[in-house]
Ligand binder design. Structure first.
Ligand code: SF4
Length: 434
């Protein structure tokens, strides 16, 4: 059973490529060619494809995609709460979902989520590898068994932190925030305890065989991503990225689809450079960025700091934005946090698509602007990125100005006499009358 990458390399247009091209309104041959060149992925586990997955494409010729992380923790774990969060993410427009659960019964939680997930579904298998055992006790057999089990369940993409090497750890000495990736930190501890190389790196060919068998897409994890803007673009981050470049080529050689994960906390002025070096080192493999957060001082508002960074990243070359919720660094997000995070990242992704001139990206903006200029509230609200919030705010205003019965030709922002939109309509009428 060939992977999407192998099918595309053969010159064939698969059903999944055709489906992605139709949704994105682009030529299927373009999607196939980008896929064959390793610059686009369609994370679609063969198992998940038989149980309701609608294929999604991730690459520069397509719209920028948004991922929502959900999942239990050891402090709070409820399958129902995670199902609610996943639904909130999907309702808000998430293009993919990752289950980062570390608490409760991980298999049951994943199974329940996957059964109801129509978009690509990702995990970080190393989290389950250390479930109920010390990090020192893990070995190659446990890792391979866990990864195979999750692949069999239908997971579409795996974060694999194979690029953190023992020789990189010495480069962390001057960091402010050290290793902030959970996977990266666990593997560093294992390497130091056993005085050995990263097991994921050593067994990389075996991992490729499992991922290729189910067509699970690699999301090569950045275990050494900066967790403070002071650590951005440092030697450790770049050393790991170079290893990820080598692993990208090795995995693609074995027929696997590959995305590469990126930082993290990065000042605004360093984002372009970060994107460009990833594109060069990883030969254009889709870049999946975690934010980036452009400042460290906004706990409670990190969906905004990451949306600023996400817009810049997607403008310069990232294809996939991992959302950040307002509760980042403060606690496990609830459904409302998930919703706010997805909306912020959708704004970032769309703003970048408009700015890079992606065909058709600005059409919705134009439809909304025309409706706004015509005081066509119905279209104005329905075309908005978050109609639920826009409609609630508008209906509150309608009650305030007592305009429930007839549609108002102004709102409470400026009031009737000062409403420039209404005045503009009068100007147009006056200038068109003979
Ligand atoms: S009152 Fe002001 S904000 Fe409201 S519709 Fe008119 S111009 Fe726009």
């Amino acid at each position: 059973m060939a992977t999407q990458l192998e099918i595309a390399r053969d010159g064939t247009i698969s059903d999944e490529v055709r489906s992605v091209a139709k949704v994105e309104n682009v030529d299927a041959a373009l999607v196939r060619d980008e896929l064959a060149g390793g610059r686009l992925v369609i994370p679609a586990n063969k198992r998940h494809l038989t149980s309701g997955l609608v294929p999604v494409g991730i690459g520069r010729v397509l719209t920028t995609k948004v991922n929502a992380n959900i999942g239990t923790s050891s402090v709070r774990s409820s399958v129902d709460a995670e199902l609610e969060k996943m639904q909130a993410a999907l309702d808000a427009g998430a293009d993919a979902v990752m289950d980062l659960s570390t608490g409760g019964d991980l298999d049951t939680t994943r199974e329940a989520l996957l059964a109801r997930c129509p978009v690509p579904f990702g995990t970080v298998p190393i989290y389950q590898v250390i479930e109920n055992r010390g990090v020192e006790d893990i070995d190659a057999g446990i890792i391979l068994e866990t990864i195979e089990k999750q692949a069999e369940q239908g997971v579409d993409f795996f974060t694999i932190h194979a690029g953190v090497l023992s020789e990189h750890l010495a480069l962390l000495e001057n960091r402010v925030a050290g290793i902030v990736s959970r996977g990266g930190a666990l593997l560093a501890k294992w390497m130091l305890h056993h005085n050995r190389q990263n097991p994921l790196y050593e067994m990389f060919d075996d991992l490729c065989d499992i991922l290729a068998a189910y067509d699970v897409c690699f999301s090569l994890g950045d275990g050494l991503r900066p967790g403070a803007i002071a650590d951005a673009t440092d030697a450790a981050q770049i050393a790991e990225l170079r290893t990820l470049g080598d692993l990208t080529a090795r995995a693609q050689e074995k027929g696997c689809q590959v995305m590469v994960e990126g930082p993290g906390h990065v000042p605004f002025d360093q984002i372009q450079h970060n994107i460009e070096i990833e594109q060069e080192i990883c030969s254009g493999a889709p870049f999946y960025v975690l934010g980036p957060l452009v400042t460290d001082i906004a706990p409670g508002y990190d969906h905004i700091t990451s949306a600023i960074g996400g817009t810049v990243a997607a403008f310069y070359g990232a294809s996939f934005l991992c959302y950040v919720t307002p509760r980042e660094h403060l606690g496990l997000p609830d459904a409302a946090d998930v919703r706010a995070g997805v909306i912020a990242s959708k704004i970032a992704a769309h703003a970048a698509d408009v700015a890079r001139g992606l065909k058709g990206a600005a059409e919705r903006d134009k439809r909304l602007s025309i409706a706004r200029a015509n005081l066509d509230w119905k279209t104005h609200l329905s075309e908005s990125l978050d109609p639920q919030t826009a409609e609630r705010m508008h209906s509150e205003v309608c009650q305030e100005i007592n305009a429930q019965k007839a549609p108002a030709d102004y709102c409470s922002m400026c009031g009737k006499a000062w409403c420039s939109v209404r005045i503009n309509r009068e100007i147009r009428k006056l200038s068109s009358s003979p």
